[in-house]
Design a protein around this ligand. Structure first.
Ligand code: 5GP
Length: 124
């Protein structure tokens, strides 16, 4: 028998430095970087390095501690004045799109950390 081969997600390729990103935080288990197509003045992504969870529901069920880590990283990024521009520190949107119908395009769980007004028509 053989292991199931799963294509590396775009975010796994960022973790592996196969594609560039503006990384702002990294630990053993979590990475954070600027969204390539920001929909708000501050728009970061916080991503568990493992791609085994497609969305926040799976992550919450499978590894709630890792979900808590993602939230804590979002909070700490939002405390960083160099990332938050003129926006109040520690105050931020945390968005997890769950499902194609609401705009999820990358099925490797990620939190959008946003501040400032969303671009018109954008949910994240
Ligand atoms: P979703 O709609 O799945 O919740 O969000 C995926 C997000 O990933 C989008 O906001 C999109 O702009 C961002 N994104 C997609 N590909 C890349 C990439 O290669 N690099 C970075 N930094 N962000 C990406």
């Amino acid at each position: 028998s053989h292991e199931q081969e799963t294509e590396p997600s775009i975010f796994t390729r960022i973790v592996r430095r196969e594609i560039p990103a503006t990384i702002v935080y990294e630990s053993e288990t979590v990475i954070a970087f600027h969204d390539i197509a920001p929909k708000a003045p501050v728009h970061l992504l916080v991503v568990p390095k493992t791609q085994q969870y497609a969305n926040v529901v799976e992550l919450a069920a499978g590894d709630p501690g890792l979900l808590a880590d993602v939230v804590a990283v979002g909070r700490s990024l939002a405390e960083d004045p160099s990332l938050m521009k003129e926006f109040p520190l520690g105050q931020f949107r945390l968005i997890f799109n769950t499902g194609e119908a609401v705009g999820q395009t990358v099925f490797h769980v990620h939190a959008h950390v946003m501040a400032g007004n969303l671009q018109e028509g954008s949910l994240a």
